[in-house]
Design a protein around this ligand. Structure first.
Ligand SMILES: Cc1ncc(COP(=O)(O)O)c(C=O)c1O
Length: 340
């Protein structure tokens, strides 16, 4: 790596595998590879573990006794933060400005298994309510004597980005070893940290790999602004040699399918396809949606037949058990429940 960053080794199984998927390749008419970041060890894996290795180093260095982070009710990032806190002997709280889904299941169950608090507040839409909520949560634990290290949504700040800068270096080495360095890496885009880390890593290290992001939530003015500010801030923090204008970031914004984490039939079909052809479980919020978008891109000719694709599996499979998705799966999968 051309840039400096210190981390705690929390993921015992790096590099994660880069695998060729023969059945999906045949089905879609492309050369399909998958980067298995769903297999990062701890807390059922996922992309956030790489970011958290760097963030946890900073937390420990600052003498934190507690990690506080934020997300939606079923945040994967929150679950992985809970795992890191458990492993390091720290307390953890996940602040969700969201409605309580009414049951302890999916990520919330895992958060609680690992000892994290999950703090809810009903959103009202009032300006500044997110920050006010976070201030209240942090103040609550500080009043109990905790030294809180706050991790933003998705771990997506400059420090967290380092995890995916490192992943870009790893992918570059793996792709070269497999003779697929002209491939396009496809990644879901949420809070942008994964995409930005990959982009900066590939460009700053001079990798020939291409990168396409697929937004899983509306990519409006605020996200456009965040994208450019994030790059500027990372460039300054780490002295990146690469330059970027908006046109240098390829993010597909047309496959959002109604909004964040909404049940969607095309996404479920994509989840079934991957599960039934390759026994790899995607999730309905991020990776299933990105895979559905990728299938659309192939059907629309944006990705040509025979092209080499590396799909980043960023984890999230506990999400199949969130109540509003589970009810759809139950309905569609009933026909294979057979009583004899
Ligand atoms: C499973 C999964 N994939 C992808 C993402 C998107 O990553 P980022 O927020 O860094 O854009 C997330 C974010 O929470 C996630 O949980």
């Amino acid at each position: 790596m051309k840039i400096e960053g210190k981390k705690v080794n929390l993921t015992s199984n790096l590099p994660t595998p880069l695998e060729y998927l023969p059945s999906i390749s045949k089905e879609l008419g492309v050369e399909f590879y998958i980067k298995r970041d769903d297999l990062t060890s701890l807390a059922m894996g996922g992309n956030k573990m790489r970011k958290l290795e760097y963030l946890a180093y900073e937390a420990l260095e600052q003498g934190a006794t507690m990690l506080v982070t934020a997300g939606g009710a079923q945040t994967n990032h929150g679950r992985q933060t809970a795992g890191v806190a458990a492993k390091l002997g720290l307390k953890c709280a996940i602040a969700c400005l969201d409605n309580y889904p009414g049951e302890i299941s999916a990520n919330i169950l895992l958060d609680r298994l690992m000892g994290a608090d999950v703090v809810f507040r009903k959103p009202t839409g009032a300006p500044g309510e997110q920050q006010a909520f976070l201030n209240d949560v942090i103040a609550h634990y500080e009043a109990q004597g905790e030294k809180v290290y706050f991790i933003p949504f998705g771990g997506s700040n400059d420090v967290g980005m380092l995890g995916y800068y490192e992943c870009a270096c790893e992918l570059d080495r793996q792709a070269k070893a497999m003779g697929i360095e002209d491939a396009t890496v496809i990644s879901a885009v949420g809070s942008i940290g994964t995409y930005m880390g990959l982009w900066c890593g590939l460009k700053n290290e001079g990798s020939p790999l291409n990168l396409t992001g697929i937004a899983i939530l509306p990519f409006g003015e605020d996200r456009e602004k965040r994208l450019m500010e994030y790059f500027a801030s990372a460039k300054e923090s780490f002295g990146l040699e690469c330059e970027a204008e908006r046109g240098d970031f390829h993010i597909e914004t047309g496959y959002v399918r109604g909004g964040y984490n909404l049940p969607n039939e095309d996404v479920r079909k994509a989840v079934y396809l991957m599960a039934r052809k390759e026994a790899i479980i995607l999730d309905p919020c991020y990776t299933g949606k990105a895979f559905a978008g990728l299938i659309d891109m192939i059907n629309e000719g944006k990705i040509k037949k025979g092209e080499k694709i590396i799909f980043l599996h960023s984890g999230g499979h506990p999400g199949i058990n969130t109540p509003h998705h589970r009810v759809e799966f139950e309905r569609e999968l009933q026909d294979g429940i057979i009583m004899m």
